[in-house]
Design a protein around this ligand. Structure first.
Ligand code: PNW
Length: 487
């Protein structure tokens, strides 16, 4: 646990740099039907047999709803100065809609959590939507598929949150990874609301159109909420509002092949610029997407384009890994969402993208992180908040001393945060936060409890979901003490 590998970046980060952990309501809260909470599409998904790898649900999860005070105390002992969490829409408005009643107990929970954080000197970063659409809205009109209904309902929900929680919150995030929500939920069909073209997996859906419709809805909904915040709340609440996008680094499989270079850029555009170009650069989708998708990709009206462009005050970045990308010589499949590419674990020379974690898509590849930061900074010139980054590790099945000394995760943090600090110090990229994913092991969506991303081990068999700190929690504390300069 020494800091040998990051000696070069001692003091590289500003005194006001935010560091802590990120979580999502549906993955940690539990209390799925307590104190008036309505059901979300993830409650439905997890109660549908065959959907979740270990057949688990998140009814109790890690019980952060009940144990928030203990959790804040534990986080404090880890030395964080910020915490990113999400609000459950159906806990606040159980049926979700603009004419549906507000659940005071739900608001009270989040108000208590925020107070507890502030009392402990921890700055709250609040996400409005981390994938858990109220089930009632899914039933009523198909949720995010219906832009004309979803947008006013989401704006109403946001208004309730700004009114009640806004006086204590300075950092708002509208959507978490609209791209993963759209692709996993409506293209692959492996996440809620479980829609796709693949009938062996899902009864309904159209993978060739719905993800793009849902993506468009989220962009426009974000634009309206951002405008509402800026006009009505920001003048007195003095906070900032943005969105969080996912994005991994795409590296050409054959560095010398111009077609692979183009394919890698196209992959970045399909994954990242799909959202980031409309938000930060052009107010429209990238040309490469229009060329492949034609009218299956929605069109922005002039009003929408104007609304969306410039609506996010910072670039919230979730990133985990890197891939090698090779061009295809055949036309794109109708259900392709990646820009008609192959993605590989090794490049042409046989070099691996990195060591394996316990999650198939996630490899340790910090080399791509600095490239990604530079690509995003060069293209969008917007301050970056890292809102998620982290890993699972093989063999974490019991809280033994060896497991709690989580060397793989420590190495991961050292590698990625080191590259972040180099991007700041050497490349001049404006980066203002780092939120590790995640605070405790939790319910990893369709992977259930089997994928452990936490810096705290959870004993799921115990009624109290006993928390066992892993060494990476203390390492991150040491690391940021080293990297952050004194005021
Ligand atoms: C994020 N990918 O999702 C989510 O925001 C978290 O809720 C989730 O627990 C975490 O990452 C770990 O999976 C992602 O395939 C899912 O590149 C998939 C990818 C990226 C992010």
């Amino acid at each position: 646990m020494d800091l040998e590998a990051v000696q070069d970046v001692k003091g590289a980060l500003c005194p006001d740099f935010f560091h802590g952990y990120a979580t999502a309501a549906a993955q940690v809260e539990g209390a799925w039907n307590k104190d008036g909470k309505g059901q979300s599409i993830w409650d439905t998904f997890s109660h549908t047999p065959g959907k979740v790898k270990d057949a688990s649900n998140a009814d109790d999860s890690v019980r952060s709803y009940d144990l928030y005070k203990e959790d804040v105390a534990l986080m404090k002992s880890y030395g964080v100065n910020a915490y990113r969490f999400s609000l459950s829409w159906s806990r606040i408005i159980p049926l979700g809609g603009r004419n549906d009643p507000v659940n005071e107990q739900g608001l009270q929970y989040y108000s208590n959590l925020i107070d507890e954080l502030l009392r402990n000197g921890i700055t709250p970063f609040v996400t409005l939507f981390h994938w858990d659409t109220p089930q009632a809205l899914e039933d009523r009109y198909g949720g995010a598929l219906d832009q004309s209904q979803f947008v006013p309902d989401f704006v109403n929900y946001a208004r309730v949150c700004f009114e009640h929680l806004g006086p204590k919150v300075r950092h708002w995030i509208t959507f978490n990874e609209p791209g993963v929500f759209a692709l996993a939920g409506y293209a692959a069909g492996v996440h809620a609301p479980a829609r796709s073209s693949f009938r062996e997996l899902n009864d309904v859906g159209d993978s060739s159109t719905e993800p793009f419709t849902v993506g468009h809805t989220q962009l426009v909904a974000h634009g309206h909420v951002s405008r509402l915040y800026k006009t009505t709340f920001q003048p007195h609440q003095q906070g900032t509002i943005g969105i969080t996008l996912h994005g991994n680094w795409s590296e050409p499989w054959d560095e010398a092949d111009p077609l692979d270079q183009e394919a890698a850029e196209r992959a970045r555009e399909f994954e990242i610029a799909w959202y980031a170009d409309p938000l930060y650069r052009t107010g429209d989708y990238p040309a490469s997407m229009r060329a492949q998708l034609g009218d299956r990709l929605p069109h922005f009206t002039p009003e929408e384009s104007q609304l969306v462009l410039g609506s996010s005050e910072f670039y919230g970045m979730n990133t985990y890994t890197s891939f090698f990308v090779q061009h295809k010589d055949t036309p794109a499949d109708i259900n392709d969402h990646k820009g008609n590419i192959f993605s590989h674990d090794n490049n042409k020379q046989g070099v691996s993208r990195g060591a394996e974690s316990d999650t198939h898509w996630l490899r340790y590849s910090p080399w791509g992180f600095r490239k990604l930061l530079n690509w995003v900074w060069a293209r969008y010139r917007t301050p970056i908040y890292i809102t998620e980054n982290g890993t699972t590790a093989q063999g974490e099945t019991a809280p033994t001393p060896e497991v709690l000394d989580d060397k793989f995760r420590i190495q991961f943090f050292e590698g990625y945060v080191g590259e972040l600090a180099r991007a700041v110090q050497c490349d001049g990229v404006d980066i203002r936060s780092y939120f590790a994913w995640t605070f405790t092991d939790n319910w990893e969506w369709a992977a259930g409890y089997s994928d452990r991303f936490g810096s705290t081990f959870i004993d799921y068999d115990s009624p109290e979901k006993t928390r066992h700190p892993k060494q990476s929690a203390y390492y991150l504390d040491k690391l940021f003490t080293h990297l952050i300069s004194s005021p």
